[in-house]
Design a protein around this ligand. Structure first.
Ligand code: ADP
Ligand code: ZN
Length: 623
């Protein structure tokens, strides 16, 4: 049962292309086209002055005249005599209002001019034409710029576009389940945003910032938003990775921008997500990067520089506080660290309640059961789970979410969706069934184990061909060495069953073995649970808020001793598991056949088999 932290996908930040930029570009193109067009059209004619034209009229040199609303186009007799292709007409502007007068003059008896008055509404046509052209061009540009994700125009002035401000977040502490300690620490900041005067009167230095520390999805962003919501101030948010750019100096200018904008609307909250992207320690251990360094320096400068009595509070989130630059954590900067923990049972229950507030639940829903089953899950997982359940209910055409929906989506979140089309051969199926029953039976027959809640051989998309789910009865913070050994025996129980029944070792056990090895390593190197090493802990934990990876930090001899001990523990657990299964071989066969037939059996069914067997053979004590 491992819970992978699914972080909800980040909403892409829409870089809106500035409409006025598009408008100007379109207008410029239209202007260019019309200029070129006019030049081309006018090139067909020779331009003359009106006086020249009148002279030709007086001289009776004209052959054809075309009078338009604004110009006269005429062909002299000389030109008319040429072959049609070489003729070149002239044009001249026509002073307004002279049209009829001119026509009369030209049409006077005795002249043999071919006069044509072109009744053109070309002004309107021209305007219409321009409007249509403009519209079409503008449309195309909009489409293009959308397709490019705003890349074409949006990048201009991007430093401002990336900062994203919410006037009102609409989130309050009511929306954040659990996290009482974090809320308490943040309460003071809210109070301070409400009335900074109260603090400045006494002369108290106001807090400039706080660092929210916790695993991904535990609700750090949500808490920051809730602080803004509670204090009813605007919320600026930006992700640390937005600062880090290809070009040196861009990040720094963004930081400057951000604080400038914030200062304009203070009091407000500035939230920097993933601050480790900029705040990484500047020592060379993590690589040197002058852009990052410059951005960090700017950030430090801004934090020192802003006047906190105006009511700006800078919150930042990270899951790797240990890599942050010490300068960031210095007094007067992010000197407060607020731990945002993974929720405990009550916290998970509250989170489920928060997220099911707006969802119609059927009578049979028992959120407590779900909360119990989801040990280790973070708020984001639970939000995801509830949403999946609601989606499933809709798919099934139901009006309310049932417990089954929640349980199935719980499996989706944990083990990926059920995949029914993986075709296994019959032998493979038998092996998988025995493997899973091996896990379950070892767990069921042991004293210190968590009860099995479900065994299935329906393959999941995550690649697991089947799995056994154990559900703790209560939240546990301490585990005894017996419990850990039981867990190890349960983990290797799958492989033990395979080998016992089929005499084969399959790849299906690889995940079990990995997990068993990790656990055994921790027992030896962190928990002081081995005979050979005693209380010594040769490993240290890195990244406490991520996966809690331990690395060995000891001499080579100790290190090889650790390996030996791990091997010893694993092999003795494996032997135990095999013994348990071989003494209960009949039971193993019986349950496996049942599982093969039904594909999924519940923990109760399993226990029914086990108890029936116990009743038959009372001479073999349980355990
Ligand atoms: P983080 O910033 O720590 O990675 P987020 O604040 O983005 O996590 O949380 C993601 C989502 O998970 C939130 O939008 C919310 O729906 C849910 N969530 C997380 N923690 C809680 C909580 N304590 N109460 C209610 N919802 C939560
Ligand atoms: Zn297994």
């Amino acid at each position: 049962m491992d819970n992978n932290n699914k972080q909800p996908p980040k909403k892409p930040e829409g870089k809106k292309p500035k409409i006025w930029v598009l408008l100007i570009v379109t207008a410029a193109i239209v202007l260019l086209i019309s200029t070129v067009y006019n030049a081309m059209v006018n090139g067909q004619y020779t331009q003359t002055t009106f006086t020249e034209f009148m002279a030709e009229v007086e001289a009776g040199n004209l052959s054809e005249v075309e009078i338009r609303h604004d110009r006269v186009i005429y062909l002299t007799k000389d030109q008319a005599a040429k072959p049609a292709r070489q003729q070149k007409a002239c044009y001249t502007g026509l002073p307004y209002g002279d049209i009829l007068e001119l026509a009369e003059k030209l049409d006077a008896p005795g002249t043999e001019v071919n006069v044509e008055i072109v009744e053109d509404n070309s002004t309107i046509m021209m305007i219409l034409y321009y409007i249509i052209m403009f519209g079409a061009l503008f449309g195309v540009m909009m489409l293009l710029s959308k397709k490019m994700g705003g890349g074409m125009m949006g990048n201009m002035g991007a430093s401002k576009a990336k900062v994203y401000m919410e006037k009102q977040t609409g989130v309050t502490f009511k929306d954040v389940a659990g996290q009482d300690e974090a809320k308490e620490s943040l309460q003071e900041i809210i109070d301070f945003l409400h009335n900074p005067g109260k603090y400045t009167e006494i002369g108290a230095k106001l807090p400039k910032g706080a660092l929210l520390v916790g695993s991904p999805g535990t609700g750090k962003t949500l808490l920051a938003k809730a602080v803004a919501g509670e204090a009813n101030v605007p919320f600026f948010s930006i992700s640390g990775s937005d600062f880090v750019e290809m070009f040196v100096g861009v990040g720094a200018s963004r930081v400057r921008d951000l604080f400038n904008q914030a200062a304009k609307v203070a009091p407000c909250i500035i939230f920097i997500d993933e601050i480790d992207a900029v705040g990484r320690s500047r020592d060379s251990r993590y690589g040197n990067n002058s852009e990052q360094e410059q951005t960090l320096n700017q950030l430090l400068g801004e934090i020192d520089g802003f006047d906190s009595s105006k009511g700006i509070v800078c919150l930042a989130a990270t899951n790797r506080p240990e890599i942050l630059d010490k300068a960031l954590l210095r007094a007067g900067r992010f000197d407060r660290q607020i731990i945002v923990d993974r929720p405990n049972l009550q916290g998970r229950l509250d989170t489920l309640k928060v997220h099911t507030r707006k969802i119609k639940l059927a009578e049979d829903v028992d959120l407590k059961k779900i909360a119990q089953a989801t040990a280790g899950a973070v708020g984001a997982d639970l939000a995801n789970l509830v949403n999946e359940a609601a989606l499933r209910a809709v798919r099934k055409g139901r009006k309310a979410v049932t417990q089954e929906d929640l349980l199935v989506s719980f499996e989706t979140v944990i083990a990926g969706t059920e995949k029914k089309n993986t075709v296994l051969t019959d032998t493979e199926k038998r092996i998988v069934a025995y493997h899973e029953v091996g896990h379950a039976l070892v767990a069921a027959l042991e004293k210190h184990s968590q009860p099995v809640s479900k065994i299935t051989i329906v393959p999941h998309t995550s690649g697991a061909l089947g799995y056994t789910m154990q559900m703790p009865e209560e939240e546990k913070y301490l585990q005894t060495s017996q419990e850990l050994l039981t867990e190890l025996r349960t983990l290797v129980g799958g492989r033990a069953a395979e080998e016992l029944v089929f005499g084969v070792k399959t790849t299906g056990a690889s995940n079990d073995i990995q997990r068993a090895t990790d656990l055994a390593k921790k027992m030896v190197s962190l928990y002081g649970m081995s005979d050979a090493l005693g209380l010594m802990a040769p490993a240290s934990v890195n990244h406490q808020y991520l996966e809690g990876q331990a690395y060995l930090d000891c001499s080579d001899e100790t290190s090889s001793l650790v390996d030996k001990e791990v091997q010893n523990i694993l092999s003795s657990c494996y032997n135990d598991a095999k013994n348990i299964l071989s003494t209960n071989r009949a039971l193993l066969d019986e349950i496996s056949e049942h599982l093969l037939a039904k594909e999924t059996i519940t923990g109760d069914e399993l226990m029914a088999f086990v108890n029936a067997d116990n009743a038959e053979t009372t001479d073999i004590p349980k355990e």
